[in-house]
Design a protein around this ligand. Structure first.
Ligand code: M6R
Length: 616
Protein backbone atom coordinates (compact mmCIF):
# COMPACT_ATOMS: atom_id res chain seq x y z
CA UNK A 1 0.00 0.00 0.00
CA UNK A 2 1.34 3.38 -1.03
CA UNK A 3 4.10 3.66 -3.58
CA UNK A 4 7.28 5.46 -2.65
CA UNK A 5 10.17 6.68 -4.80
CA UNK A 6 13.40 8.49 -4.04
CA UNK A 7 16.09 9.69 -6.46
CA UNK A 8 19.54 11.28 -6.20
CA UNK A 9 21.43 11.71 -9.48
CA UNK A 10 21.78 13.88 -12.54
CA UNK A 11 18.35 13.55 -14.06
CA UNK A 12 15.51 15.90 -13.30
CA UNK A 13 14.04 14.51 -10.08
CA UNK A 14 10.49 15.62 -10.75
CA UNK A 15 10.14 13.87 -14.12
CA UNK A 16 11.79 10.73 -12.83
CA UNK A 17 9.62 10.59 -9.73
CA UNK A 18 6.49 11.16 -11.81
CA UNK A 19 7.37 8.29 -14.12
CA UNK A 20 8.07 6.04 -11.13
CA UNK A 21 4.74 6.94 -9.53
CA UNK A 22 3.00 6.12 -12.81
CA UNK A 23 4.49 2.63 -12.65
CA UNK A 24 3.59 2.19 -8.99
CA UNK A 25 0.18 3.80 -9.01
CA UNK A 26 -1.37 0.37 -8.55
CA UNK A 27 -0.09 0.51 -4.97
CA UNK A 28 -2.53 3.29 -4.09
CA UNK A 29 -4.22 6.14 -5.88
CA UNK A 30 -5.99 8.28 -3.31
CA UNK A 31 -3.49 11.10 -3.83
CA UNK A 32 0.03 11.68 -5.05
CA UNK A 33 2.84 14.14 -4.58
CA UNK A 34 6.50 14.92 -5.16
CA UNK A 35 9.06 16.99 -3.25
CA UNK A 36 12.12 18.33 -5.08
CA UNK A 37 15.16 19.32 -3.04
CA UNK A 38 17.75 21.63 -4.59
CA UNK A 39 18.67 23.41 -1.41
CA UNK A 40 15.10 24.46 -0.89
CA UNK A 41 12.16 22.10 -0.66
CA UNK A 42 9.36 22.45 -3.22
CA UNK A 43 6.30 20.23 -2.98
CA UNK A 44 3.49 19.56 -5.43
CA UNK A 45 0.69 17.25 -4.33
CA UNK A 46 -2.90 16.58 -5.19
CA UNK A 47 -5.79 14.39 -4.10
CA UNK A 48 -7.04 11.73 -6.50
CA UNK A 49 -5.28 9.80 -9.22
CA UNK A 50 -1.86 10.76 -10.54
CA UNK A 51 -3.48 12.43 -13.56
CA UNK A 52 -4.70 15.17 -11.17
CA UNK A 53 -1.13 15.87 -10.09
CA UNK A 54 0.11 15.92 -13.68
CA UNK A 55 -2.48 18.57 -14.50
CA UNK A 56 -1.06 21.03 -11.99
CA UNK A 57 2.62 20.29 -12.60
CA UNK A 58 4.95 22.61 -14.44
CA UNK A 59 7.96 20.33 -14.98
CA UNK A 60 10.20 23.19 -16.10
CA UNK A 61 9.67 25.03 -12.83
CA UNK A 62 11.51 22.43 -10.74
CA UNK A 63 14.79 21.37 -12.34
CA UNK A 64 16.33 19.90 -9.11
CA UNK A 65 17.83 16.44 -9.27
CA UNK A 66 16.91 15.09 -5.82
CA UNK A 67 13.29 14.09 -5.32
CA UNK A 68 10.98 11.96 -3.25
CA UNK A 69 7.48 10.96 -4.37
CA UNK A 70 4.44 9.15 -3.05
CA UNK A 71 1.20 7.65 -4.28
CA UNK A 72 -1.19 7.08 -1.39
CA UNK A 73 -3.66 4.50 -0.16
CA UNK A 74 -5.31 6.35 2.70
CA UNK A 75 -5.26 4.94 6.22
CA UNK A 76 -5.37 7.98 8.54
CA UNK A 77 -7.17 10.96 7.07
CA UNK A 78 -9.36 11.29 4.00
CA UNK A 79 -7.85 11.52 0.53
CA UNK A 80 -7.45 15.32 0.39
CA UNK A 81 -4.70 17.62 -0.87
CA UNK A 82 -3.65 18.36 2.72
CA UNK A 83 -3.36 14.68 3.60
CA UNK A 84 -1.37 13.90 0.45
CA UNK A 85 2.36 13.24 0.88
CA UNK A 86 5.06 14.58 0.96
CA UNK A 87 4.63 16.31 4.29
CA UNK A 88 6.84 19.29 5.04
CA UNK A 89 8.15 20.33 8.47
CA UNK A 90 7.13 23.56 10.20
CA UNK A 91 10.39 25.25 9.07
CA UNK A 92 10.00 24.15 5.45
CA UNK A 93 13.42 22.38 5.51
CA UNK A 94 12.32 18.72 5.70
CA UNK A 95 10.05 16.65 3.47
CA UNK A 96 9.00 13.08 4.15
CA UNK A 97 6.97 10.35 2.47
CA UNK A 98 5.63 7.40 4.40
CA UNK A 99 4.05 4.01 3.77
CA UNK A 100 2.55 2.11 6.70
CA UNK A 101 1.07 3.23 10.00
CA UNK A 102 2.86 5.11 12.76
CA UNK A 103 0.94 3.58 15.63
CA UNK A 104 2.10 6.01 18.33
CA UNK A 105 1.35 9.09 16.23
CA UNK A 106 -1.24 10.42 18.72
CA UNK A 107 1.17 11.13 21.63
CA UNK A 108 3.79 12.38 19.16
CA UNK A 109 1.24 14.72 17.64
CA UNK A 110 0.27 15.98 21.08
CA UNK A 111 3.93 16.57 21.94
CA UNK A 112 4.30 18.66 18.78
CA UNK A 113 1.12 20.62 19.45
CA UNK A 114 2.31 21.30 23.00
CA UNK A 115 5.56 22.63 21.53
CA UNK A 116 3.57 25.04 19.39
CA UNK A 117 3.91 23.20 16.06
CA UNK A 118 0.94 23.56 13.72
CA UNK A 119 -0.05 20.34 11.98
CA UNK A 120 -1.67 20.65 8.58
CA UNK A 121 -3.01 17.16 7.97
CA UNK A 122 -4.99 14.40 9.68
CA UNK A 123 -2.35 11.81 8.87
CA UNK A 124 -0.22 9.74 11.19
CA UNK A 125 2.73 10.49 8.86
CA UNK A 126 3.13 14.23 9.22
CA UNK A 127 4.62 13.98 12.72
CA UNK A 128 7.78 12.45 11.24
CA UNK A 129 8.60 15.63 9.29
CA UNK A 130 8.29 17.89 12.33
CA UNK A 131 10.14 15.50 14.63
CA UNK A 132 13.03 15.41 12.19
CA UNK A 133 13.16 19.20 11.91
CA UNK A 134 13.17 19.52 15.70
CA UNK A 135 15.91 16.91 16.09
CA UNK A 136 17.99 18.66 13.42
CA UNK A 137 17.45 22.16 14.79
CA UNK A 138 18.22 21.62 18.46
CA UNK A 139 19.67 19.29 21.08
CA UNK A 140 22.27 16.53 20.78
CA UNK A 141 21.65 15.78 17.12
CA UNK A 142 21.56 19.41 15.94
CA UNK A 143 22.98 19.88 12.46
CA UNK A 144 23.46 16.14 11.91
CA UNK A 145 20.95 14.81 9.38
CA UNK A 146 21.81 11.16 9.90
CA UNK A 147 21.79 11.30 13.69
CA UNK A 148 18.52 13.24 13.62
CA UNK A 149 16.88 10.67 11.36
CA UNK A 150 18.05 7.80 13.60
CA UNK A 151 16.77 9.62 16.66
CA UNK A 152 13.34 10.05 15.08
CA UNK A 153 13.20 6.45 13.89
CA UNK A 154 13.93 5.27 17.41
CA UNK A 155 10.76 6.98 18.58
CA UNK A 156 8.37 5.52 16.02
CA UNK A 157 6.18 2.46 16.58
CA UNK A 158 4.30 0.55 13.94
CA UNK A 159 5.11 -0.32 10.36
CA UNK A 160 6.78 2.18 8.09
CA UNK A 161 8.86 2.91 5.10
CA UNK A 162 10.00 6.51 5.48
CA UNK A 163 12.06 8.69 3.17
CA UNK A 164 13.56 11.89 4.57
CA UNK A 165 15.05 14.74 2.57
CA UNK A 166 16.54 17.86 4.17
CA UNK A 167 17.16 21.18 2.41
CA UNK A 168 20.67 21.40 3.92
CA UNK A 169 21.55 18.04 2.33
CA UNK A 170 20.20 18.00 -1.23
CA UNK A 171 22.83 15.43 -2.15
CA UNK A 172 21.32 12.63 -0.09
CA UNK A 173 18.12 10.89 1.00
CA UNK A 174 17.79 8.88 4.19
CA UNK A 175 15.27 6.06 4.20
CA UNK A 176 14.18 3.39 6.66
CA UNK A 177 11.96 0.34 6.69
CA UNK A 178 10.14 -1.67 9.30
CA UNK A 179 7.68 -4.30 8.05
CA UNK A 180 6.90 -2.46 4.81
CA UNK A 181 8.85 -2.69 1.57
CA UNK A 182 11.82 -0.64 0.36
CA UNK A 183 14.26 -1.58 -2.38
CA UNK A 184 17.41 0.31 -3.38
CA UNK A 185 18.23 0.70 -7.10
CA UNK A 186 21.93 1.10 -7.92
CA UNK A 187 22.77 3.12 -11.03
CA UNK A 188 25.90 4.75 -12.46
CA UNK A 189 26.22 8.08 -10.70
CA UNK A 190 22.62 7.85 -9.52
CA UNK A 191 20.72 5.97 -6.84
CA UNK A 192 17.06 5.09 -6.48
CA UNK A 193 14.66 4.05 -3.76
CA UNK A 194 11.34 2.38 -4.45
CA UNK A 195 8.57 0.41 -2.81
CA UNK A 196 9.23 -2.05 -5.59
CA UNK A 197 11.53 -2.37 -8.55
CA UNK A 198 8.90 -0.88 -10.89
CA UNK A 199 10.09 2.50 -9.54
CA UNK A 200 13.43 2.28 -11.34
CA UNK A 201 13.33 -0.76 -13.65
CA UNK A 202 13.79 1.61 -16.63
CA UNK A 203 17.20 2.75 -15.39
CA UNK A 204 18.93 -0.13 -13.64
CA UNK A 205 18.75 -3.89 -13.12
CA UNK A 206 20.92 -3.76 -9.99
CA UNK A 207 18.98 -3.65 -6.80
CA UNK A 208 19.51 -4.21 -3.09
CA UNK A 209 17.14 -5.78 -0.60
CA UNK A 210 17.12 -4.43 2.93
CA UNK A 211 16.34 -6.17 6.19
CA UNK A 212 13.75 -5.13 8.72
CA UNK A 213 14.81 -2.12 10.75
CA UNK A 214 17.42 -1.07 8.24
CA UNK A 215 18.23 2.51 7.35
CA UNK A 216 19.81 3.40 4.03
CA UNK A 217 21.55 6.62 3.06
CA UNK A 218 21.78 7.21 -0.68
CA UNK A 219 23.93 9.72 -2.55
CA UNK A 220 24.85 9.86 -6.25
CA UNK A 221 27.90 7.74 -5.55
CA UNK A 222 26.44 4.90 -3.58
CA UNK A 223 24.50 3.70 -0.61
CA UNK A 224 25.20 2.84 3.00
CA UNK A 225 23.04 0.50 5.08
CA UNK A 226 22.71 0.92 8.84
CA UNK A 227 20.72 -0.54 11.69
CA UNK A 228 18.39 1.71 13.61
CA UNK A 229 21.10 2.13 16.26
CA UNK A 230 23.51 3.46 13.61
CA UNK A 231 25.72 0.35 13.47
CA UNK A 232 26.68 -0.84 9.98
CA UNK A 233 24.45 -3.39 8.24
CA UNK A 234 24.47 -5.02 4.83
CA UNK A 235 21.92 -5.12 2.07
CA UNK A 236 21.58 -8.08 -0.26
CA UNK A 237 22.30 -7.17 -3.90
CA UNK A 238 20.21 -8.89 -6.58
CA UNK A 239 19.56 -8.55 -10.28
CA UNK A 240 16.08 -7.68 -11.49
CA UNK A 241 14.86 -10.25 -14.00
CA UNK A 242 11.51 -8.62 -14.90
CA UNK A 243 11.75 -6.71 -18.14
CA UNK A 244 10.42 -3.24 -18.76
CA UNK A 245 7.87 -4.47 -21.31
CA UNK A 246 6.22 -6.50 -18.56
CA UNK A 247 5.50 -3.27 -16.72
CA UNK A 248 3.90 -1.66 -19.84
CA UNK A 249 0.48 -2.27 -21.37
CA UNK A 250 1.90 -3.67 -24.62
CA UNK A 251 -0.98 -2.58 -26.86
CA UNK A 252 -3.79 -3.62 -24.52
CA UNK A 253 -6.22 -1.03 -23.18
CA UNK A 254 -5.51 -2.03 -19.59
CA UNK A 255 -2.95 -3.96 -17.61
CA UNK A 256 -5.67 -6.35 -16.53
CA UNK A 257 -6.51 -7.29 -20.13
CA UNK A 258 -2.84 -7.76 -20.89
CA UNK A 259 -2.39 -9.88 -17.79
CA UNK A 260 -5.38 -12.09 -18.63
CA UNK A 261 -3.72 -12.74 -21.99
CA UNK A 262 -0.41 -13.50 -20.28
CA UNK A 263 -1.95 -16.37 -18.32
CA UNK A 264 -0.71 -19.16 -20.57
CA UNK A 265 2.86 -17.91 -20.07
CA UNK A 266 2.32 -17.36 -16.34
CA UNK A 267 1.24 -20.97 -15.83
CA UNK A 268 3.86 -22.37 -18.23
CA UNK A 269 6.70 -20.44 -16.59
CA UNK A 270 5.54 -21.42 -13.12
CA UNK A 271 5.58 -25.10 -14.04
CA UNK A 272 8.90 -24.81 -15.87
CA UNK A 273 11.70 -26.97 -14.49
CA UNK A 274 9.66 -28.60 -11.74
CA UNK A 275 9.21 -32.00 -13.40
CA UNK A 276 11.91 -34.05 -15.04
CA UNK A 277 13.12 -37.64 -15.06
CA UNK A 278 9.69 -38.67 -13.86
CA UNK A 279 9.94 -36.65 -10.64
CA UNK A 280 8.58 -33.41 -9.21
CA UNK A 281 11.18 -30.95 -7.90
CA UNK A 282 10.65 -28.06 -5.56
CA UNK A 283 14.22 -27.01 -6.28
CA UNK A 284 13.87 -23.30 -5.53
CA UNK A 285 12.16 -24.10 -2.31
CA UNK A 286 14.90 -25.11 0.16
CA UNK A 287 12.57 -27.72 1.71
CA UNK A 288 13.84 -31.26 1.99
CA UNK A 289 12.12 -34.47 0.92
CA UNK A 290 12.43 -35.58 4.56
CA UNK A 291 10.55 -32.48 5.75
CA UNK A 292 7.79 -33.17 3.24
CA UNK A 293 7.62 -36.81 4.26
CA UNK A 294 7.05 -35.92 7.90
CA UNK A 295 4.16 -33.54 7.23
CA UNK A 296 0.96 -34.75 8.89
CA UNK A 297 -1.24 -31.69 8.41
CA UNK A 298 -1.27 -28.65 6.17
CA UNK A 299 -2.57 -25.18 6.87
CA UNK A 300 -3.07 -22.72 4.04
CA UNK A 301 -3.04 -19.00 4.87
CA UNK A 302 -3.73 -16.29 2.30
CA UNK A 303 -6.05 -13.39 1.47
CA UNK A 304 -8.43 -12.55 -1.36
CA UNK A 305 -7.68 -14.30 -4.63
CA UNK A 306 -4.67 -16.01 -3.08
CA UNK A 307 -7.08 -17.51 -0.53
CA UNK A 308 -9.25 -18.83 -3.35
CA UNK A 309 -6.19 -20.45 -4.90
CA UNK A 310 -5.55 -21.94 -1.46
CA UNK A 311 -9.00 -23.54 -1.42
CA UNK A 312 -7.94 -25.38 -4.54
CA UNK A 313 -4.73 -26.45 -2.78
CA UNK A 314 -6.95 -28.06 -0.15
CA UNK A 315 -8.92 -30.05 -2.71
CA UNK A 316 -5.76 -31.19 -4.49
CA UNK A 317 -3.62 -32.01 -1.45
CA UNK A 318 -6.33 -33.88 0.44
CA UNK A 319 -7.15 -35.85 -2.70
CA UNK A 320 -3.56 -36.65 -3.67
CA UNK A 321 -1.80 -36.82 -0.31
CA UNK A 322 -4.52 -37.86 2.15
CA UNK A 323 -3.37 -35.43 4.84
CA UNK A 324 -5.87 -33.00 6.35
CA UNK A 325 -5.64 -29.47 4.99
CA UNK A 326 -7.14 -26.51 6.81
CA UNK A 327 -7.45 -23.20 5.09
CA UNK A 328 -7.77 -19.92 6.83
CA UNK A 329 -8.11 -16.30 5.80
CA UNK A 330 -4.71 -15.00 6.95
CA UNK A 331 -6.15 -12.13 8.99
CA UNK A 332 -8.02 -14.61 11.22
CA UNK A 333 -5.29 -17.21 11.59
CA UNK A 334 -3.21 -16.06 14.52
CA UNK A 335 -6.14 -14.76 16.52
CA UNK A 336 -7.77 -18.11 17.04
CA UNK A 337 -4.77 -20.05 18.28
CA UNK A 338 -4.55 -22.82 15.66
CA UNK A 339 -2.94 -26.11 16.71
CA UNK A 340 0.43 -26.31 14.96
CA UNK A 341 3.62 -28.27 15.51
CA UNK A 342 6.86 -29.27 13.76
CA UNK A 343 5.00 -31.68 11.50
CA UNK A 344 2.64 -28.97 10.26
CA UNK A 345 3.33 -27.46 6.86
CA UNK A 346 1.93 -23.97 6.45
CA UNK A 347 1.47 -22.86 2.87
CA UNK A 348 1.50 -19.04 2.76
CA UNK A 349 0.28 -17.79 -0.61
CA UNK A 350 0.86 -14.21 -1.72
CA UNK A 351 1.42 -12.52 -5.05
CA UNK A 352 3.11 -9.48 -3.58
CA UNK A 353 4.86 -11.21 -0.70
CA UNK A 354 4.03 -8.10 1.31
CA UNK A 355 0.48 -8.68 2.55
CA UNK A 356 0.62 -7.80 6.25
CA UNK A 357 -2.05 -10.30 7.29
CA UNK A 358 -0.25 -13.17 5.58
CA UNK A 359 3.12 -12.04 6.91
CA UNK A 360 1.80 -12.04 10.48
CA UNK A 361 0.32 -15.49 9.93
CA UNK A 362 3.76 -16.69 8.75
CA UNK A 363 5.41 -15.25 11.85
CA UNK A 364 2.83 -16.87 14.11
CA UNK A 365 3.18 -20.26 12.40
CA UNK A 366 6.96 -20.24 12.68
CA UNK A 367 6.81 -19.19 16.31
CA UNK A 368 4.68 -22.30 16.92
CA UNK A 369 7.32 -24.50 15.29
CA UNK A 370 5.54 -25.15 11.99
CA UNK A 371 7.43 -25.16 8.68
CA UNK A 372 6.30 -22.42 6.31
CA UNK A 373 6.44 -22.75 2.55
CA UNK A 374 5.65 -19.49 0.75
CA UNK A 375 4.12 -19.43 -2.72
CA UNK A 376 5.04 -15.99 -3.97
CA UNK A 377 5.39 -13.96 -7.16
CA UNK A 378 7.80 -11.29 -5.97
CA UNK A 379 11.47 -11.99 -5.55
CA UNK A 380 13.05 -10.68 -2.41
CA UNK A 381 9.77 -9.74 -0.76
CA UNK A 382 9.19 -10.15 2.94
CA UNK A 383 6.97 -13.27 3.11
CA UNK A 384 9.44 -15.57 1.32
CA UNK A 385 12.27 -14.05 3.31
CA UNK A 386 10.61 -14.91 6.58
CA UNK A 387 9.48 -18.37 5.48
CA UNK A 388 11.44 -21.61 5.69
CA UNK A 389 11.08 -22.17 1.98
CA UNK A 390 9.66 -20.56 -1.13
CA UNK A 391 8.18 -21.72 -4.38
CA UNK A 392 8.06 -18.77 -6.78
CA UNK A 393 5.26 -18.32 -9.25
CA UNK A 394 6.64 -16.87 -12.46
CA UNK A 395 3.73 -14.70 -13.54
CA UNK A 396 5.88 -11.56 -13.99
CA UNK A 397 4.77 -8.24 -12.55
CA UNK A 398 1.02 -8.00 -12.01
CA UNK A 399 -0.01 -4.35 -12.19
CA UNK A 400 -3.81 -4.63 -12.44
CA UNK A 401 -5.10 -4.46 -8.88
CA UNK A 402 -7.50 -7.33 -9.56
CA UNK A 403 -5.45 -10.47 -9.60
CA UNK A 404 -5.65 -12.59 -12.76
CA UNK A 405 -2.45 -14.21 -13.98
CA UNK A 406 -1.01 -14.37 -10.46
CA UNK A 407 -4.10 -16.30 -9.33
CA UNK A 408 -3.73 -18.94 -12.05
CA UNK A 409 0.01 -19.18 -11.38
CA UNK A 410 -0.74 -19.68 -7.67
CA UNK A 411 -3.11 -22.53 -8.47
CA UNK A 412 -0.42 -24.14 -10.63
CA UNK A 413 2.20 -23.69 -7.88
CA UNK A 414 -0.16 -25.12 -5.25
CA UNK A 415 -0.61 -28.19 -7.42
CA UNK A 416 3.18 -28.55 -7.69
CA UNK A 417 3.33 -28.54 -3.88
CA UNK A 418 0.54 -31.15 -3.74
CA UNK A 419 2.36 -33.42 -6.18
CA UNK A 420 5.68 -33.00 -4.38
CA UNK A 421 3.97 -33.99 -1.13
CA UNK A 422 2.29 -36.99 -2.77
CA UNK A 423 5.65 -38.06 -4.16
CA UNK A 424 7.48 -37.65 -0.83
CA UNK A 425 4.80 -39.45 1.15
CA UNK A 426 4.29 -42.12 -1.51
CA UNK A 427 0.54 -41.57 -1.73
CA UNK A 428 0.67 -41.53 -5.55
CA UNK A 429 2.63 -43.83 -7.80
CA UNK A 430 5.16 -42.18 -10.12
CA UNK A 431 3.03 -42.94 -13.18
CA UNK A 432 0.00 -41.34 -11.54
CA UNK A 433 2.04 -38.23 -10.76
CA UNK A 434 3.33 -38.17 -14.34
CA UNK A 435 -0.24 -38.40 -15.65
CA UNK A 436 -1.42 -35.52 -13.46
CA UNK A 437 1.64 -33.49 -14.46
CA UNK A 438 0.84 -34.05 -18.11
CA UNK A 439 -2.67 -32.67 -17.71
CA UNK A 440 -1.19 -29.69 -15.82
CA UNK A 441 1.33 -29.08 -18.59
CA UNK A 442 -1.42 -29.01 -21.19
CA UNK A 443 -3.23 -26.18 -19.40
CA UNK A 444 -1.31 -23.23 -20.94
CA UNK A 445 -2.29 -24.38 -24.44
CA UNK A 446 -5.92 -24.86 -23.34
CA UNK A 447 -5.95 -21.32 -21.88
CA UNK A 448 -4.59 -19.99 -25.18
CA UNK A 449 -7.52 -21.60 -26.99
CA UNK A 450 -9.94 -20.25 -24.42
CA UNK A 451 -8.86 -16.61 -24.77
CA UNK A 452 -11.04 -16.47 -27.91
CA UNK A 453 -14.05 -16.57 -25.60
CA UNK A 454 -13.51 -12.84 -25.07
CA UNK A 455 -15.92 -11.82 -27.84
CA UNK A 456 -18.68 -14.13 -26.64
CA UNK A 457 -18.35 -12.89 -23.07
CA UNK A 458 -18.51 -9.25 -24.23
CA UNK A 459 -21.79 -10.08 -26.02
CA UNK A 460 -23.23 -11.71 -22.89
CA UNK A 461 -22.22 -8.74 -20.74
CA UNK A 462 -23.91 -6.37 -23.21
CA UNK A 463 -27.12 -8.41 -23.13
CA UNK A 464 -27.14 -8.58 -19.34
CA UNK A 465 -27.27 -4.78 -19.31
CA UNK A 466 -27.35 -2.89 -16.03
CA UNK A 467 -26.72 -5.58 -13.44
CA UNK A 468 -27.38 -4.85 -9.76
CA UNK A 469 -26.52 -8.19 -8.22
CA UNK A 470 -25.08 -11.42 -9.45
CA UNK A 471 -24.65 -14.86 -7.93
CA UNK A 472 -21.96 -17.42 -8.68
CA UNK A 473 -22.45 -21.13 -7.98
CA UNK A 474 -20.05 -24.05 -8.11
CA UNK A 475 -19.54 -27.48 -6.67
CA UNK A 476 -16.27 -29.18 -5.75
CA UNK A 477 -13.39 -27.30 -7.33
CA UNK A 478 -15.97 -25.12 -9.06
CA UNK A 479 -16.80 -23.50 -5.71
CA UNK A 480 -13.49 -21.57 -5.37
CA UNK A 481 -13.95 -20.52 -8.99
CA UNK A 482 -17.39 -19.15 -8.09
CA UNK A 483 -15.84 -17.21 -5.19
CA UNK A 484 -13.12 -15.83 -7.44
CA UNK A 485 -15.66 -14.82 -10.11
CA UNK A 486 -17.73 -12.99 -7.49
CA UNK A 487 -14.66 -11.23 -6.05
CA UNK A 488 -13.59 -10.03 -9.51
CA UNK A 489 -17.04 -8.59 -10.15
CA UNK A 490 -17.23 -6.88 -6.74
CA UNK A 491 -13.86 -5.24 -7.03
CA UNK A 492 -14.14 -4.17 -10.66
CA UNK A 493 -17.82 -3.34 -11.16
CA UNK A 494 -18.70 -2.35 -7.57
CA UNK A 495 -21.85 -4.44 -7.63
CA UNK A 496 -23.02 -6.96 -5.13
CA UNK A 497 -21.87 -10.46 -6.02
CA UNK A 498 -21.68 -13.64 -3.99
CA UNK A 499 -20.30 -17.08 -4.56
CA UNK A 500 -21.95 -20.14 -3.04
CA UNK A 501 -21.49 -23.89 -3.14
CA UNK A 502 -24.44 -24.80 -5.38
CA UNK A 503 -25.64 -27.38 -2.83
CA UNK A 504 -25.99 -24.66 -0.22
CA UNK A 505 -28.50 -22.79 -2.34
CA UNK A 506 -31.56 -24.50 -0.92
CA UNK A 507 -30.41 -23.68 2.61
CA UNK A 508 -31.12 -19.99 2.18
CA UNK A 509 -29.57 -18.19 -0.77
CA UNK A 510 -32.24 -19.45 -3.17
CA UNK A 511 -34.50 -16.81 -1.60
CA UNK A 512 -32.39 -14.25 -3.48
CA UNK A 513 -33.40 -15.62 -6.88
CA UNK A 514 -35.88 -13.42 -8.70
CA UNK A 515 -36.90 -12.78 -12.28
CA UNK A 516 -33.90 -12.07 -14.52
CA UNK A 517 -31.27 -12.31 -11.78
CA UNK A 518 -28.02 -13.31 -13.53
CA UNK A 519 -26.52 -16.45 -11.99
CA UNK A 520 -23.20 -17.89 -13.13
CA UNK A 521 -22.93 -21.65 -12.69
CA UNK A 522 -19.58 -23.42 -12.94
CA UNK A 523 -20.36 -26.97 -14.03
CA UNK A 524 -17.91 -29.79 -13.27
CA UNK A 525 -16.81 -32.06 -16.06
CA UNK A 526 -19.41 -34.75 -16.94
CA UNK A 527 -16.43 -37.09 -17.19
CA UNK A 528 -15.53 -36.49 -13.53
CA UNK A 529 -17.63 -37.45 -10.53
CA UNK A 530 -20.96 -38.24 -12.23
CA UNK A 531 -23.06 -37.49 -9.19
CA UNK A 532 -21.60 -34.01 -8.88
CA UNK A 533 -22.43 -33.18 -12.46
CA UNK A 534 -26.02 -34.39 -12.27
CA UNK A 535 -26.54 -32.58 -8.97
CA UNK A 536 -25.49 -29.27 -10.43
CA UNK A 537 -27.68 -29.79 -13.49
CA UNK A 538 -30.57 -30.08 -11.03
CA UNK A 539 -29.43 -26.88 -9.30
CA UNK A 540 -29.46 -25.02 -12.61
CA UNK A 541 -33.01 -26.18 -13.23
CA UNK A 542 -34.06 -25.05 -9.76
CA UNK A 543 -32.86 -21.52 -10.32
CA UNK A 544 -34.17 -21.37 -13.88
CA UNK A 545 -37.59 -22.39 -12.57
CA UNK A 546 -37.48 -19.29 -10.36
CA UNK A 547 -36.67 -16.90 -13.17
CA UNK A 548 -32.84 -16.65 -12.99
CA UNK A 549 -30.86 -15.94 -16.14
CA UNK A 550 -28.20 -18.63 -16.17
CA UNK A 551 -24.69 -18.13 -17.48
CA UNK A 552 -23.30 -21.63 -17.56
CA UNK A 553 -19.59 -22.41 -17.78
CA UNK A 554 -19.28 -26.01 -18.90
CA UNK A 555 -16.92 -28.33 -20.69
CA UNK A 556 -17.32 -28.40 -24.46
CA UNK A 557 -19.63 -31.22 -25.48
CA UNK A 558 -21.54 -31.16 -22.20
CA UNK A 559 -24.97 -31.31 -23.82
CA UNK A 560 -26.85 -32.00 -20.58
CA UNK A 561 -26.61 -28.35 -19.52
CA UNK A 562 -27.40 -26.70 -22.85
CA UNK A 563 -31.17 -26.52 -22.52
CA UNK A 564 -30.94 -24.91 -19.06
CA UNK A 565 -28.42 -22.27 -20.01
CA UNK A 566 -29.51 -18.83 -21.12
CA UNK A 567 -25.87 -18.38 -22.04
CA UNK A 568 -23.47 -21.27 -22.41
CA UNK A 569 -19.73 -20.62 -22.27
CA UNK A 570 -17.83 -23.69 -23.31
CA UNK A 571 -14.33 -24.37 -22.00
CA UNK A 572 -11.86 -27.00 -23.22
CA UNK A 573 -12.01 -30.45 -21.69
CA UNK A 574 -9.51 -31.26 -18.97
CA UNK A 575 -9.40 -33.31 -15.79
CA UNK A 576 -11.70 -32.17 -12.96
CA UNK A 577 -8.94 -30.83 -10.73
CA UNK A 578 -7.50 -28.73 -13.60
CA UNK A 579 -10.82 -27.21 -14.60
CA UNK A 580 -10.50 -24.12 -12.35
CA UNK A 581 -7.46 -23.06 -14.37
CA UNK A 582 -9.80 -22.71 -17.34
CA UNK A 583 -13.19 -21.87 -15.83
CA UNK A 584 -11.80 -18.74 -14.14
CA UNK A 585 -10.79 -17.08 -17.42
CA UNK A 586 -14.28 -16.23 -18.80
CA UNK A 587 -15.23 -14.88 -15.37
CA UNK A 588 -12.29 -12.46 -15.49
CA UNK A 589 -13.48 -11.16 -18.87
CA UNK A 590 -17.07 -10.98 -17.64
CA UNK A 591 -16.12 -8.86 -14.61
CA UNK A 592 -14.07 -6.48 -16.77
CA UNK A 593 -16.88 -6.08 -19.32
CA UNK A 594 -19.61 -5.56 -16.74
CA UNK A 595 -17.36 -3.06 -14.93
CA UNK A 596 -17.03 -1.00 -18.09
CA UNK A 597 -20.77 -1.16 -18.66
CA UNK A 598 -21.25 0.12 -15.13
CA UNK A 599 -19.05 3.08 -16.03
CA UNK A 600 -15.82 1.95 -14.39
CA UNK A 601 -13.42 2.47 -17.27
CA UNK A 602 -10.26 2.23 -15.20
CA UNK A 603 -10.41 -1.46 -14.38
CA UNK A 604 -6.74 -1.47 -13.35
CA UNK A 605 -7.42 0.73 -10.37
CA UNK A 606 -10.71 -0.08 -8.67
CA UNK A 607 -11.81 2.39 -6.04
CA UNK A 608 -10.66 2.01 -2.42
CA UNK A 609 -8.20 -0.76 -3.25
CA UNK A 610 -4.44 -1.09 -3.53
CA UNK A 611 -2.33 -3.84 -4.94
CA UNK A 612 -0.29 -4.65 -1.85
CA UNK A 613 -2.07 -4.53 1.46
CA UNK A 614 0.77 -3.77 3.84
CA UNK A 615 -1.37 -2.86 6.85
CA UNK A 616 -3.43 -5.29 8.93
O1 M6R B 1 -0.37 -9.99 -2.75
P1 M6R B 1 -1.34 -10.99 -2.19
O2 M6R B 1 -1.53 -12.17 -3.08
O3 M6R B 1 -1.00 -11.41 -0.79
O4 M6R B 1 -2.73 -10.24 -2.11
C1 M6R B 1 -3.85 -10.86 -1.57
C2 M6R B 1 -5.11 -10.10 -1.88
O5 M6R B 1 -5.03 -8.80 -1.36
C3 M6R B 1 -5.38 -10.04 -3.38
O6 M6R B 1 -5.50 -11.30 -3.94
C4 M6R B 1 -6.69 -9.25 -3.64
O7 M6R B 1 -7.77 -9.98 -3.13
C5 M6R B 1 -6.88 -8.97 -5.12
N1 M6R B 1 -7.27 -7.61 -5.31
C6 M6R B 1 -7.94 -9.81 -5.73
O8 M6R B 1 -8.13 -9.52 -7.07
Amino acid sequence: MCGIVGYVGERQGLGLALEALRRMEYRGYDSSGIAVNDGTIDVVKKAGKLANLEEILDPAALPGTTAIGHTRWATHGRPTDANAHPHVSFDGRVAIVHNGIIENFAPLRQELLDAGVTLHSDTDSEVASHLLARAYNEGETAGDFRASALAVLGRLEGAFTLLFTHADHPDQIIAARRSTPLIVGVGEGEMFLGSDVAAFIEYTRNAVELDQDNVVVITRDGYEVLNFDGSPAEGRPFTIDWDLAAAEKGGFDSFMMKEIHEQPAAVRDTLGGHFHDGRVFLDESRISEQDLKSVNQVFVVACGSAYHSGLLAKYAIEHWVRVPVQIEVASEFRYRDPVLDERTLVLAISQSGETADTLEAVRHARAQGAKVLAVCNTNGSQIPRESDAVLYTHAGPEIGVASTKAFLAQVAANYIVGLALAQAKGTKYPDEIAEIWQSLEEIPTRIEELLDVRGQVAGIAAELGAVQTMLFLGRGVGFPVALEGALKLKELAYIHAEGFPAGELKHGPIALIEEDLPVVVVVPSPRGVKLLHSKIVSNIQEIRARGARTIVIAEEGDEAVREFANYLIEIPATSSIMQPLLATVPLQFLAADIARQCGNEDIDKPRNLAKSVTVE
